[in-house]
Design a protein around this ligand. Sequence first.
Ligand SMILES: Nc1ncnc2c1ncn2[C@@H]1O[C@H](COP(=O)(O)OP(=O)(O)OP(=O)(O)O)[C@@H](O)[C@H]1O
Length: 603
Amino acid sequence: MEHAFKVDLRGIIDLLSNHLYSDPSVFVRELLQNGVDAITARRALGEDFEPAITARLHLQEGELPGLEFHDNGVGLSEAEVHEFLATIGRSSKRISEARDTFLGQFGIGLLSCFMVSGEIELVTRSAAGGPPVRWLAQADGTYTLEVLPDTPDTGVGTTVRLRAREDTDFYFEYDQLRDALAGYGALLPYPVHVLDGTQYAHVNAVLPPWLAYATGSQSPAERDEVLSYVRSEMRLEALDVVPIHSEAGGVRGVALILPYSTQASGHQWHQVYLKRMLLGNDVRNLLPDWAFFVRCLLNVDALHPTASRESFYEDDALTAARAAIDTQLREYVEGLATRDPARLDALIALHHLPIKALALENDPFFRLIAHAFEFETSTGRLKLGAYLAQPGPIRMVTNLDQFRQIAQVASAYGHSVVNAVYTYDAPLLRKYSALTGRELEEVDAQSYALALEDVTTGGLDSFVERADAALAGLECRVSVKRFEPADLPALLIVTEEQRQLEDIGAAREVADDLFAEFLDDYEAEYASARVARLHLNLNHALVQDLLHLQDDAVFARLIQMLYVQAHLLGHHPMRGQELALLSEGLGDMMRWGLRATHLGHLN
Ligand SMILES: Nc1ncnc2c1ncn2[C@@H]1O[C@H](COP(=O)(O)OP(=O)(O)OP(=O)(O)O)[C@@H](O)[C@H]1O
């Protein structure tokens, strides 16, 4: 046996009116939409009339405010009211041949008025003739229908009357209503008016200039007009404006380049209109993921909204529109490389993350733009193009500590090393090398240390032994090398294991007993891998003097001070031990200085 579903009317009305939409003010959108559709339908009949939509507020002392929303569109006959208004999910627009010209299609929009009003009264007279009718609907799903006297003072069209509840009177304030009408209806093709007893506004009197920009000449004057509109209306100081135009989906509008840097995870908003009615201020599924540095203002004519009208269905038209927008934004960035390199630099400086992400996934784009990317190198910030003009391979490090150690010596060898620790930098350099065949070397501090010139002068062993003894307990060994720059007396190279050891040392200084024991064990394990090296530079005069220094106490102190100095120059973290050495060493130096001055006076 076949049975038909039964419907709990109250539940359905509650669902459709209160739970489908995220914001009660959408009732304004639904009323506007019905008015626009009704006028479009009446125009299609070939009638000559001045289209108008008017929202009139009735504000009486001591009474809850009321709203009268009028359009002079096609209206409804008595039979149509029964068929379309009183049948949930039935829409005259879906069954119309001209359905694509209408905004509505689901047959539920009017129910959104129950979010702000306990009942909906609708008085309508059809353009097809017949007397006006009055429909009065309650949120419990009941309605009454009354045929009104056929007097000429009720013209063709429809008036919807709502009355605020205690908790919804906010939506019936003049400013709130005017802003909602202007927000949803700024692009609508028919005039929309709002008034109360004392105030009046024509909310869509001036079309925003961005709508025509993509299909216009895009002259500097038009561009400036869009930018100043965006500045005054949206308080957005956009860096540039990119025209967006796609046959697929009937999309046109602009993408605004944001004046601040954004993150991929950051909130993206795109103001999107569907057939000139605002769909939403944060429609997301129309732009490619990488384009998080733009915000769009778009009108769409041929994409399909979801029932809540807050985003678009994922269908072929949406995929094609998204691809077209993707191409246009890509072409814009590519075009800047040849047309306006200074603007490209500004764009990259602000939005390097999304642009680098895009370059990584797209080879032609990468080839076009890679030279303009800036990197931090041991010889300062350089564009990749300038860096590549130097001979030799691309040298990079992928660890900041390593970079700090290397930076001191690399330049003395005429090497410029890229600090590729930031997001996308190392992958970009690898990609460059793979695409162009330019050699890429991943260097680290230890391989640099190995390349330092060994010193073969005899008699160094006992010197190194004395120096090691001066650093006893500091997990560091001494070696003697020759390297540039000659004014750098010592270079401390610390490996990862050593770094761990230093962290443990720092932690133990603040740990309680139990934790300290645990750290001791941990440290013993790492200590076996200890490899910190203090390379003394024999090119430096002080180090040469040290070779001949007899006084053990002074020798030890000077080695310790070189060790501390190398720590500071290499940005190595200072533990308590190093800080103690520094203050003891400075104390000694001051005493020695004073003593020398004193002796000088005596002489
Ligand atoms: N102002 C109006 N003038 C003439 N007909 C109207 C008006 N408002 C509503 N209707 C009729 O009532 C029907 C239902 O309206 P409702 O707003 O609930 O849904 P819709 O506009 O068809 O679709 P959607 O749910 O997508 O908005 C419409 O299809 C239309 O036939």
